[in-house]
Design a protein around this ligand. Structure first.
Ligand SMILES: CC(C)(COP(=O)(O)OP(=O)(O)OC[C@H]1O[C@@H](n2cnc3c(N)ncnc32)[C@H](O)[C@@H]1OP(=O)(O)O)[C@@H](O)C(=O)NCCC(=O)NCCS
Length: 140
């Protein structure tokens, strides 16, 4: 059975709990709710439990863009993040897929590199002292 599906508003609480368990606040509630309503949030489920989610849309220069992947800390390093990123590759309607993460996020940078993403520039001053590194993958 397909484990990844488009989130609907009934998933909001699960998504917020996972996000909160990683960042410690609910400050992204509006952002996540908006992306669910727009059909831009995807959840990875097992036995109807949400283990992780991804926000994917075309907000970045109209290119495919994964703006967020978060996996419940209890289920990390089990392939959920990888499966969500591969899902973005499958559903992306452009031939370029972009994403980004903080320079300090070695786990996410490692995941990008494992899936063949290349570095595509750095933006300073988003988070103080921790530049945002962009990655991209050309899709065939
Ligand atoms: C980054 C994150 C999404 C990875 O998801 P995950 O489901 O745990 O990762 P996967 O099991 O799919 O791992 C895929 C690859 O990522 C890298 N990785 C994941 N966890 C890692 C860890 N703890 N240490 C080092 N590398 C790690 C590895 O390259 C791994 O491949 P491998 O297992 O073959 O070595 C997850 O750790 C997370 O939610 N972190 C907090 C939120 C975040 O930083 N999101 C990214 C910014 S948008």
């Amino acid at each position: 059975m397909e484990k990844i599906r488009t989130a609907d508003i009934s998933d909001l609480q699960s998504v917020l709990e996972i996000d909160g368990s990683v960042i410690g606040t609910r400050e992204r509630e509006q952002y996540l709710s908006d992306n669910i309503v727009r059909g831009c949030c995807y959840v990875f489920c097992e036995e109807s439990m949400v283990l992780g989610f991804m926000v994917f849309n075309y907000s970045f220069f109209e290119q495919g863009f994964v703006s967020l992947i978060v996996v419940n800390p209890r289920f990390q390093r089990k392939g959920v993040g990888r499966a969500l990123l591969i899902h973005a590759e499958k559903i992306c309607k452009r031939n370029k897929l972009f994403s980004s993460t903080n320079q300090s996020n070695e786990r996410m940078k490692s995941l990008f590199k494992k899936l063949g993403f290349k570095e595509s520039g750095v933006v300073e001053n988003l988070d103080d002292g921790d530049p945002e590194v962009f990655f991209f993958k050309r899709l065939v």
